[in-house]
Structures are given as structure tokens and as C-alpha cells.
Design a protein around this ligand. Structure first.
Ligand code: NAD
Ligand code: ZN
Length: 345
């Protein structure tokens, strides 16, 4: 079968012929329906150097947001029917520590002794014709379109988890949320905020078309550049935003978000551009918080799928054939995509 393999650091991945995997005990083989290309993949193969924080040694198939149909089950697996559609929850922890037992494999207490972080992250992922997934990582899609659903596994789950933790900040009238970076994750973040909160969603990106799409999803937009923080504050009546989500994570975007916060506000940095910022007592709004986040829980993913099936999340997808998978990554790197790139093998 064909697969997009991360072969070496600081190098584009390769579209290669590899062995079709066989499901082991407790595992299911999916015939992949769709596999989303995430900017974190670009960081893995192009930006990180060996040993850098966040880096994972090469030698595996990419793809940590994939969906598919059950093709075959491994020994001991029951309750799955061939042809049923599932979304794969990507993180894989030890499965038995406290964090894993609440479905939060992302923060597995035994992560240091695990051979990989998850599907497409050290272990072969879904950017291929078939993918082996632990049965406990499968979330049923029912009759929902599995190709459009693929981005939910990361571009939906990660913003959902971040927004959920910020809900107390956004509850009540007259609240404001800020979303910076309106790509794969950011567009779905706007949809989730609109569906789950009554807050006014303020959104920004360097790309005009991304801002137009965010407006269609219910946001008001502010252009970047000088005066941006003042424009955001003005929209909030001078108070600042109650929750901010930075899907870029570079020094300038973190600073913009930080400067836009209200007292008691919460800034979640989601983007992994590794920006650096300063903190000082009198320039920080009282009781405001800056935090980061990593993906989400499998319970969150069930809730994301429920929102998708209810029509509250509508991933905007640009489909690519397997032959064009590397072109999907090229367009992602160049910022030329309109919606999430999903490879349909
Ligand atoms: P993407 O390329 O689809 O979108 C990024 C968007 O940010 C683009 O629309 C781009 O125009 C915009 N942008 C870039 N620089 C900007 C700037 N200075 N100001 C305003 N807008 C800017 O990427 P994505 O797949 O949505 O991922 C977004 C980020 O989230 C990446 O850093 C990715 O690695 C990270 N990520 C983090 C997690 C996590 O668990 N924390 C999970 C998935 C992705
Ligand atoms: Zn664990």
C-alpha cells in the first residue's frame, strides 16, 4: 500500500510503497477514508532538528487525524462490524495510569517509557491506505461523512479541549473571545465558540480569505498590523477579551493576545511556533492566565463528533488523492490551502 513516510529531519516526507499492516491483539485495521494534513506534521519533518523539544525521530507514516472503515480486527477484538466508519483518537498512552483511565492519553504518566506518542507521532499513522488503531481509540461516526470528519481528530479536538477549559471565562453576557490564526484549527475554533458560548468571537489572520471564512462562521474580524490591539480593545468596549486562543504561538501573536486580555482572562497558546513572552506584575491584567494545551481526551472527541453530527461543526475540507498527498503538504507549508487538506486514498 502507499503511505506518506517521515524519513528524515528537515526533509519533506516521501510517498512510498510499504507493507499493509496487520492488526495485533486489541487492534483494528481501518481502510482509511480521509487523513488530514496538520501543521504539526510540518514542524516534525521540516522545522524540528534532532533532539529539539517536540521532535520525534523519523521512520514512521504521518497522519494523526484519520478516519476509516473497519477492514479487519485483531485477536480478542469484539464488537466491530466490517465496513463501519470510525474516527481514530490519535494519542496513545500506557492505557492504565490515572490520566489514561480518564481518557487523557495525552498526559499519560508513563509517557517517558512509551515507544511513541500516538498515531502518526512515532507510530505509523493514517496518511496511508490502511492504518492499525487500538480498538479503545476508535470513536464511531455512524452515518456521518467520514472524509469531512477526519480533521475532527485534531483540528476539531484540540480547539474543543481548549475552549472547554475556557468556558467559565466565557459564561455570561457581554463576553469576548479572541482567535488568532484561522487555518485548520482556528476555523473550527470559531465554530465551536459560536456553538458553545454566547461570546462575541473576534478573529484575525494574515490572510484575507481566512478572515472572510471566519466571518461566515460567525466571527467579527480585525486585520493585523499596528493598531490591532487597540482595535480589539475597542470592540470589547475597552475591557479586553475574556478568553484568547493563539493558533500560531509565535512571539508577536502571543504578545498581541496577552495585550488584549481582560482582567481574569485566559490565554491558551495552541500553536507550537515556540514564541517567547514576558510577564510583569503591573502590566498583567489581574488574575489573568496564560497556559498552553495539548490535543484532548477521547471523551472530548466523542463530544466533537456529536457536534459534527448535529451540524455545529462543519470542517471546510480540500480533498487530495493519494498521488497528490505531497502537494497537500506543499500547499499547507505555503499557506495556499482554503480549508483543511484531507488526503483520500
Ligand atoms: P494552518 O497552517 O492550517 O493555520 C495557521 C494559520 O495561521 C494560517 O491561516 C496562517 O495564515 C495563520 N498565521 C500564521 N502566522 C500568523 C500571524 N503572525 N498572525 C496571524 N495569523 C497567522 O495550521 P494548523 O494545522 O491549524 O495548526 C495551527 C497551529 O497549531 C500549528 O502551530 C500547529 O502545529 C499547532 N497544533 C497544536 C496542537 C496542540 O495540541 N497544541 C495540535 C494541533 C496543531
Ligand atoms: Zn498512561
Amino acid at each position: 500500500m502507499r503511505a506518506v513516510v517521515f524519513t528524515q529531519y528537515e526533509t519533506s516526507p516521501e510517498l512510498k510503497e510499504v507493507e499493509r499492516p496487520v492488526p495485533g491483539p486489541g487492534e483494528v485495521l481501518l481502510k482509511v477514508a480521509g487523513s488530514g494534513a496538520c501543521h504539526s506534521d510540518v514542524a516534525l519533518y521540516k522545522e524540528f532538528t534532532e533532539g529539539a523539544p517536540g521532535s520525534i525521530p523519523p521512520g514512521f507514516t504521518l497522519g494523526h487525524e484519520a478516519s476509516g472503515w473497519v477492514e479487519e480486527v485483531g485477536p480478542g477484538v469484539q464488537g466491530f462490524t466490517k465496513g463501519d466508519a470510525y474516527l481514530a483518537y490519535g494519542p496513545i498512552g500506557c492505557g492504565h495510569c490515572k490520566a489514561c483511565s480518564r481518557g487523557q492519553d495525552t498526559y499519560c504518566e508513563n509517557a517517558a517509557t512509551m515507544p511513541y506518542l500516538g498515531l502518526g507521532l512515532g507510530r505509523d499513522g493514517g496518511m496511508a491506505e490502511y492504518e492499525v488503531v487500538p480498538a479503545r481509540n476508535l470513536v464511531p461516526l455512524g452515518d456521518a461523512d467520514p472524509v469531512d470528519a477526519a480533521p475532527l481528530a485534531d483540528a476539531g479536538l484540540t480547539p474543543y479541549h481548549a475552549v472547554k477549559h475556557s468556558l467559565p471565562n466565557l459564561a455570561g453576557g457581554g463576553r469576548y473571545a479572541l482567535v488568532i490564526g484561522l487555518g485548520g484549527l482556528g476555523q473550527i475554533a470559531v465554530q465551536i465558540l459560536t456553538a458553545l458560548t454566547g461570546a462575541t468571537v473576534i478573529a484575525t489572520d494574515m490572510k484575507e480569505d481566512a478572515m472572510r471564512r471566519a466571518e461566515a462562521n460567525g466571527a467579527v474580524t480585525v486585520p493585523g498590523g499596528e493598531g490591532q490591539v487597540a482595535a480589539i480593545r475597542e470592540l470589547t468596549g475597552g475591557r479586553g477579551v475574556d478568553a484568547a486562543f493563539d493558533f500560531v504561538g509565535a512571539t508577536p501573536t502571543i504578545k498581541t493576545a496577552q495585550a488584549s486580555m481582560a482582567q481574569g482572562g485566559r490565554l491558551t497558546v495552541v500553536g507550537i511556533a515556540n514564541g517567547v513572552t514576558e510577564w510583569s506584575f503591573f502590566t498583567t491584567p489581574y488574575e489573568s492566565t496564560i497556559t498552553n494545551t495539548y490535543w484532548g481526551t477521547i471523551e472530548d472527541l466523542h463530544e466533537v463528533v456529536a457536534m459534527y453530527r448535529a451540524g455545529q461543526i462543519r470542517p471546510e475540507v480540500e480533498r487530495f488523492a493519494m498521488d497528490d498527498a505531497l502537494e497537500a503538504y506543499r500547499k499547507l507549508e505555503a499557506g495556499e490551502l482554503c480549508g483543511r487538506a484531507v488526503v483520500v486514498p
